[in-house]
Design a protein around this ligand. Structure first.
Ligand SMILES: [Zn+2]
Length: 238
């Protein structure tokens, strides 16, 4: 049970990072984490302000969404998180926000092209946007359908190389190795979305960076021949 207690604390603290980083208003966002060995997911309970979260009230569920502990209902986005945990076996935590710039791109239903090296350090190519919703998507399985829409657009993508997505007309989801990592990716995605919009405003003919530059930046941090630590980014990126 100790491991679950630690996961609850980590997911709680990661949720509390969202307002500190300016990624959410009110309770418009959530972080979850999974213990794959035990098949247990911890997620923010619905509607509770981040400041009032305690380890005891974090929602704990199995992979089918059955509540194992916690006095409140889990976030309504739980089925999206579960769908992604089923589809992307390599990920261990998920963050969802309605952060302003990423949500602008999502509402415009535009993927974010890789316009520079900050983007290329984290995402190997564009941040994709799902298809738009159809009327038949909006039944009782609405949230699970959203998860399936994300999985659809990742059929030919590696979720470890592209650790985030925009859900059309909704907002961003990101994922990572642990709750902190998933939140980190959300903060980076928001910054990338902001800078990409500015780049387009200054130069409407702006193109994605060439493949060789994308390769150089992404592959120095990820994959077999990576030589670049995350912590180096602030000092050496440029
Ligand atoms: Zn949402």
């Amino acid at each position: 049970m100790e491991a679950i207690d630690q996961l609850k604390k980590d997911v709680l603290a990661a949720n509390q990072e969202l307002p500190k980083l300016g990624l959410v208003l009110y309770s418009w966002g959530n972080v979850s984490g999974i213990d794959r060995k035990r098949g247990i997911v911890v997620i923010k309970p619905v509607g509770i302000p981040y400041s009032q979260l305690t380890p005891d009230i974090m929602s704990v569920t199995d992979l089918k969404g059955n509540i194992l502990s916690g006095p409140h209902n889990p976030s309504v986005d739980l089925p999206i998180h579960l769908e992604l945990y089923h589809r992307f076996l390599e990920i261990s935590a998920i963050t969802h926000t309605h952060s302003t710039y990423a949500t602008m791109w999502a509402q415009a239903q535009c993927a974010i092209p890789c316009y520079g090296t900050t983007h290329a350090d984290y995402f190997y190519g564009e941040v994709p946007c799902t298809r738009s919703y159809k009327m038949e998507d909006t039944g009782p399985e609405f949230e699970a359908v959203t998860g399936k829409m994300i999985a659809e657009i990742f059929q030919n993508r590696d979720p470890l190389k592209v650790p985030g997505v925009l859900v059309a007309d909704h907002g961003p989801f990101t994922w990572g190795d642990n709750p902190w990592d998933a939140v980190h990716k959300s903060a980076v995605l928001e910054e990338i979305a902001k800078v990409a919009l500015g780049s387009l405003q200054l130069n409407p003919a702006k193109q994605s960076v060439p493949q060789f530059l994308l390769d150089r930046h992404f592959l120095r941090k990820h994959g077999e021949n990576a030589y670049f630590e995350n912590d180096d980014l602030g000092e050496k990126n440029g």
